[in-house]
Structure formats: structure tokens, C-alpha cells
Design a protein around this ligand. Structure first.
Ligand SMILES: [Zn+2]
Length: 258
């Protein structure tokens, strides 16, 4: 059955330098779509170029919380324009990060709020990065929701179940990356087992962290999303085919792909 990698950084040098092979491997695993995620103006533009020239690639445009101290108002104006393009299916990646702590949290919040505004304006979902800051993310979502809704994805989820629950109430999707396949990730698998069928997504977050049993494989790449799908089918007590089908349908729905 087809698969959809909802979060890959195809414009990163590790993947773009071998893109033909990466896309060939993805096709062999029956990947129907890959959303390539921008982290600043340059990579957002590069992702859109890839999406314009490859029918299976879609783009997300935005400024990563760890990059926002280097972005200008002019960059944001261009991202707002890019966001209107039909091949751009999401806004991000945005969010908050207290792990690296390289950018003041107030500045991260300001940029996150801009992305939320753009998401409502374009009716395209947010791609949200959340690292060591469940409470901060929830506060932002609660403050900025409209009519009890935020359209978006908590990407590479590694937070608490209560955070996932609140995001689900707001209508959001929860996406799991290769970390869920790691031996020690019991708690994360328990959370993944409880996400409703119509709200779970899978991703690689490539070129970073490859899934088990390819942890030493570098770079990670979209074809390896197969392992995350199989792991989640297993913990959710469903067949691989059923899980592939529902997670792909969820990806198409959240990104508004017909
Ligand atoms: Zn990412």
C-alpha cells in the first residue's frame, strides 16, 4: 500500500546531493507523497522548487524556531508570498525549542505566532516542532486557537500524552518519526497506540535520525518511513496494509491533496 512521508528536509545538502537515488528508493517503497519542509527562506524556496518539478513532492514554507534569530522581516514577506502557491501544502516548520536554547523563547514565540496567523489566512496546516516545551506549546495553541481549532501537525512527537490529547481536541494531527521505533521508546509507543485512526501521521524528519534497524544509516531518507509504519501497525494491533492506507489518507486530508 502507498505511504506518505509527511516531514523530510529534501533540500538539505545530504539529500539534495543524491536526490535521484533518494526518490528512486522512495518509489520502490511505494511512497505516494513526501512533504519537504523549509526551515528558513532559502530552504523554503528550494522546497517549493522541488515541489514544482516533482509531482510526488509537496512543500512547507516557514522559519524554524532555532533559525528565527537570523530571519528578517523581508524574509517573512517572501515566505508569506510563497505560502500562497498551490504546491505549498503547509506552514512551517515553526514551533518552540527549549532543548538547544540558542534563540530567546520570546523571539521564538513571536515567530510562532506569525506562522499561526499565516496558517489561518491560507487555511494550510502548521508543521510544529516541539522540543522540551510541552507547556509552552499548549499555552500558544490555547491562546491562538480560533473557535476551538488550530489546523496543524505536532511533528516528530516526543511529548506527553496530555499534550497529544489537547492537540487532538483542537483538531490537530500527531506525527511520529523514527524515534518511536527505538528500543527504549516504550512510552512513546504507548502514546502512538492511543492516537485515533484518523489523526496519526508518519514521517522520517530525514536527513536526521534513521529508524531502527537502520540507526547507523546516514543520511536518513524518506524510503525508511516503511520501518516507522510497520512499527506503528504492530503497536496498534493492525495490519501493515491497513495502517499504510489510513496514515496515507490522513496525510492527504491534512495537506488538502485530492
Ligand atoms: Zn524537521
Amino acid at each position: 500500500m502507498p505511504l506518505f512521508d509527511t516531514h523530510a528536509h529534501l533540500s538539505s545538502s545530504q539529500l539534495e546531493s543524491q536526490l535521484d537515488e533518494v526518490l528512486q528508493n522512495a518509489a520502490e517503497q511505494n511512497l505516494q507523497g513526501i512533504t519537504s519542509i523549509g526551515t528558513n527562506l532559502a530552504s523554503s524556496k528550494a522546497c517549493l522548487e522541488l515541489a514544482k518539478t516533482h509531482s510526488q513532492i509537496y512543500a512547507a514554507v516557514g522559519v524554524h524556531p532555532n533559525d528565527c534569530h537570523q530571519a528578517t522581516d523581508a524574509d517573512w514577506a517572501e515566505i508569506q508570498t510563497l505560502a500562497q502557491h498551490e504546491r505549498v501544502v503547509a506552514i512551517g516548520e515553526t514551533g518552540l525549542d527549549r532543548y538547544w536554547d540558542t534563540v530567546p523563547i520570546e523571539l521564538q514565540r513571536t515567530w510562532f505566532a506569525k506562522h499561526i496567523e499565516l496558517s489561518f489566512e491560507t487555511k494550510k496546516p502548521l508543521v510544529i516542532h516541539m522540543r522540551d516545551c510541552d507547556a509552552d506549546i499548549l499555552a500558544m495553541l490555547n491562546e491562538h486557537q480560533r473557535d476551538g481549532q488550530i489546523i496543524g501537525i505536532l511533528h516528530s512527537f516526543a511529548g506527553q500524552w496530555s499534550t497529544a490529547q489537547r492537540a487532538l481536541e483542537l483538531g490537530m494531527y500527531i506525527s511520529f518519526a523514527g524515534m518511536v521505533t527505538f528500543k527504549k521508546s516504550h512510552e512513546l509507543r504507548e502514546i502512538a497506540a492511543k492516537i485515533p485512526d484518523d489523526r496519526i501521521l508518519i514521517e522520517t524528519d530525514s536527513p536526521y535520525l534513521s529508524p531502527h534497524p537502520h540507526r547507523s544509516t546516514r543520511p536518513n531518507q524518506p524510503s525508511l518511513v516503511r520501518h516507522t509504519a510497520d512499527c506503528l501497525a504492530d503497536v496498534r494491533g493492525t495490519t501493515a496494509n491497513e495502517f499504510d492506507e489510513l496514515s496515507t489518507a490522513n496525510a492527504m486530508r491534512v495537506f488538502g491533496i485530492a
